[in-house]
Design a protein around this ligand. Structure first.
Ligand SMILES: Cc1cc2nc3c(=O)[nH]c(=O)nc-3n(C[C@H](O)[C@H](O)[C@H](O)COP(=O)(O)OP(=O)(O)OC[C@H]3O[C@@H](n4cnc5c(N)ncnc54)[C@H](O)[C@@H]3O)c2cc1C
Length: 477
């Protein structure tokens, strides 16, 4: 590893992405500084992994929740026997409360900080937001309290931010604009009240199962434009992709000079054919997401948790491993096509955990829960809310569970991002997010404008963090 002298590194944002980056930096001997800027109380945990109800679970098995890129066993080793109390029997894997996963992130960050200090780095956490960066020979960061900090390398790890208020309900009594922590936002919800949850993705599932865990008896509606629920995790199997791999995508590029969706579909077709499966069957199932009754679909997927077919497992895994590489090579019209499938693609890449799926199905079957699609507006009327959708709904409480799409600029980073663009350090990407326009700036996480169209999970931010650490260290490497 290189020996660095006097390099000052600034990491803006202190969530999971920053932890992956710090962990990857630990191999370097130093003499410089690492300063992490994090204004919130969620240091090292970011938005998802703070203290919350036990019903708020991680949404993936341990092998893909390691924050150390290249070491898939890192989180499982930390978890050890603690996982036994959180076994999802259908998945055959521990799925812990996200707050417990947050402890793992804290532990990993604290170890990384200690190791960096041992190697000669001065590491500091500044509890203030960065609101601007200026070129000054080096880079000068300005924090919200008016102070300045000089750096040689700056890494943005600001995450994706909080839900947007699509229906202009902010401030209305009975409207929860950001559901987390659910321990606080659901605390005063009367158990018999009618609740509408905006969205039908993983956050909406968190809200519904948490209401149920608190003994809610009132009716709950999940309202969204599409009404599409995420898929349900299948038990991990022994199959390892042989066709849908980065190497094979590279080979496509070399042989044809381009990588298209058709080319990628060809790799998937070959993968499935080797296992005696038909890609067209899988594609028909994906297309049916728009039309099939969501409860019927959920029931079918719960029945398929142990199914031997590899098709969806391969798609799920490679969306995160091969997807980010392949995405950058696709022509714009293929990317546009995929963006149109955002809802379904997200549901395949990040399925819901079986324990939540089973709970949801119980609630559907009892008539307490329903999915309402085609929502066009939600208004405050007569002390409650009216939802205009395929049918009109009313509710006393509305919980917003629609996360911003990837490449959104978090509100907390809006001034910072404008300043980076104004200074010519970053460029706004035409489809959202930013890309660095200066070799001293790096972006880790969903703000990266050239990154994939689906939200990065932990393996994605860990991989980006490791890549950023190499780039940060490169000037002296
Ligand atoms: C509710 C939820 C649950 C999820 N669960 C899972 C899961 O179980 N498994 C999985 O693989 N993925 C999950 N994800 C995906 C998630 O995106 C990643 O797991 C990961 O948390 C992203 O980390 P991050 O550091 O990029 O962003 P964040 O965790 O959002 O952290 C960004 C940090 O930057 C700070 N910040 C913002 N602006 C500034 C500024 N101007 N100055 C200084 N600091 C700033 C914020 O305060 C925040 O703490 C989940 C996502 C969400 C939203």
């Amino acid at each position: 590893m290189p020996r660095l002298r006097g390099m000052d590194i600034a990491i803006i944002g202190g969530g999971a992405a920053a932890v992956g980056l710090l962990d990857a930096l630990t191999g370097a001997d130093g003499g410089g500084t690492v300063t992490v800027f994090e204004p919130s109380a969620a240091l090292w945990r970011g938005r998802p992994y703070g203290p919350d109800l036990d019903s708020v679970l991680v949404n993936a098995p341990p092998a893909i929740m390691s924050i150390r890129h290249g070491d898939p066993g890192h989180y499982a080793a930390w978890l050890g026997a603690r996982g036994d109390a959180h076994l999802d029997e259908r998945l055959g894997q521990p799925l812990v409360p996200r707050a417990l996963y947050g402890e793992y992130l804290e532990h990993t960050a604290e170890k990384a900080v200690a190791e960096l200090r041992e190697r000669g780095w001065r590491v500091e956490v500044v509890a203030a937001p960065v609101v601007g960066v200026a070129r000054s020979g080096r880079l000068t960061l300005r924090t919200g309290d008016g102070r300045e900090h000089v750096a040689d390398q700056v890494v943005l790890c600001v995450g994706g931010g909080r839900p947007h208020d699509h229906y202009g309900l902010g401030g209305a009594p009975g409207f929860v604009g950001d559901p987390y922590p659910l321990a606080r936002t659901l605390e005063d919800v009367p158990p018999e009240s009618e609740v509408v949850v905006i969205g039908s993705g993983l956050t909406a599932v968190d809200v519904v199962v948490s209401l149920a865990a608190r003994g809610h008896t009132g009716r709950i509606g999940m309202v969204s434009r599409t009404g599409v629920l995420p898929y349900v995790w299948q038990r991990p199997g022994p199959h390892r992709p042989r066709h849908v791999t980065v190497e094979r995508v590279k080979a496509l590029l070399d042989a044809r000079g381009e990588v298209t969706l058709d080319g990628l579909a060809g790799l998937l077709r070959a993968e499935l054919a080797d296992a005696g499966e038909d890609l067209d069957v899988l594609l028909a199932d994906l297309r049916a997401a728009w039309t099939e009754d969501p409860v019927r679909r959920l029931r079918r997927q719960i029945a398929a948790i142990d199914a031997p077919e590899i098709g969806r497992r391969v798609l799920q895994e490679t969306a995160h491993t091969v997807g980010p590489y392949a995405w950058r090579l696709l022509p714009e019209h293929d990317r546009d096509m995929l963006r149109g499938w955002f809802r379904v693609a997200s549901g395949v890449a990040s399925p819901m955990v079986p324990v939540n799926a089973a709970r949801l199905l119980e609630l559907f079957d009892s008539g307490q829960l329903r999915v309402v699609h085609g929502v066009t507006g939600i208004e405050r009327v007569n002390g409650g809310f009216r939802v205009d959708a395929d049918r009109v709904e009313t509710a006393g409480l509305v919980v917003n569970a629609v996360n911003p799409p990837p490449h959104s600029v978090p509100q907390a980073a809006a001034a910072l991002v404008s300043s980076l663009v104004d200074e010519g350090l970053a460029a706004a990407h035409p489809t959202g997010g930013v890309v660095p326009a200066d070799p001293r700036l790096h972006v880790v996480g969903d703000l990266a404008g050239d990154g994939p169209f689906i939200t990065s999970g932990i393996p994605g931010v860990a991989a980006q963090g490791a890549m950023a650490s190499r780039a940060v260290l490169a000037p002296v490497g």
